[in-house]
Design a protein around this ligand. Structure first.
Ligand code: ADP
Ligand code: ADP
Length: 228
């Protein structure tokens, strides 16, 4: 599903954010990307949806050659991915329903399917009764649920999340993780960068630890580890 070979990323500033990274992630896996601030986690995540291109190396995501694909193919890659950020990134002038529906309008899904799919993913995240609310009327945890609903409404092959619980208190974070667990149980591959030691240690999923742009540990049923 994800195949990285000797991926290097050097930013224009000279910073080497990823240094010969090799990773294979299979369909249905749940993978945590951990590491100190500045280790390269976000850069790793951004490679996957072609927000950043590697400087060198090979990257395949769900059958797409991310490095060599043409610009017009990028939307096809992205519609197979659901991306979730720490800061939710909802459209403030749209309701919960519209935020989720928008992801389907972008891919020109039929109207009927849209109504049904949006309701169904709002059920998955437990927000059906808030469909008319605007983001500003929701708690942080509820806003993140909307972002998750939006990410899964087109039934992506891979859900990619960058610090999705970074702005949430521990109880709310666990509610959010329960949703990710359910999505993963349904067969969706999940790749999540996180700082949350308690979550990583409790969930016992695959852990890829990055330090200074290098993978220093790749462990099935791993823990968070010792870095600060
Ligand atoms: P993490 O997500 O683990 O905090 P990042 O991937 O954001 O790490 O950053 C890795 C390194 O790359 C850091 O040294 C950071 O300062 C640098 N970096 C990240 N984004 C950019 C950018 N757009 N331009 C220059 N340097 C960057
Ligand atoms: P760019 O043109 O800068 O490569 P886009 O205009 O395609 O980016 O994307 C706009 C914003 O949407 C970006 O901030 C990007 O992080 C985000 N984004 C891109 N693909 C997805 C996706 N599949 N799901 C959610 N957000 C995405």
């Amino acid at each position: 599903m994800i195949h990285m070979r000797n991926i290097c990323k050097q930013y224009d500033t000279g910073t080497v954010a990823l240094d010969h990274v090799n990773v294979d992630i299979k369909k249905g896996e749940f993978v945590f990307i951990v590491g100190a601030s500045g280790a390269g986690k976000s850069t790793f995540i951004k490679m996957l949806f072609r927000e950043e291109l590697p400087t060198s190396g090979k990257l395949m995501v769900n059958g797409h050659d991310v490095v060599h694909m043409e610009h017009r193919e990028v939307p096809y890659l992205r519609r197979e991915l659901g991306v979730i950020f720490q800061d939710y990134r909802l459209l403030p002038d749209k309701t919960v329903f519209e935020n989720v529906a928008f992801a389907m309008q972008v891919i020109e899904a039929p109207r009927r399917l849209m109504q049904r799919s949006v309701n169904s993913v709002l059920d998955v995240v437990g927000l059906r009764d808030k469909y008319k609310c605007f983001p500003s009327q929701l708690s942080g945890g509820e806003q993140q649920r909307v972002a998750i609903a939006r990410a899964i409404v087109n039934d992506p092959a891979i859900v990619i999340a960058d610090e999705p619980t970074g702005n949430l208190d521990p109880d709310t974070s666990w509610d959010i993780m329960d949703i990710f667990k359910r999505i993963n149980k349904a067969g969706t591959t999940i790749v999540m960068a996180t700082h949350d030691r308690a979550i990583v240690d409790t969930m016992k999923k695959r852990v890829i630890a990055i330090e200074n742009g290098q993978i220093v540990r790749d462990q099935l049923r791993g823990g968070y580890g010792y870095e600060a």
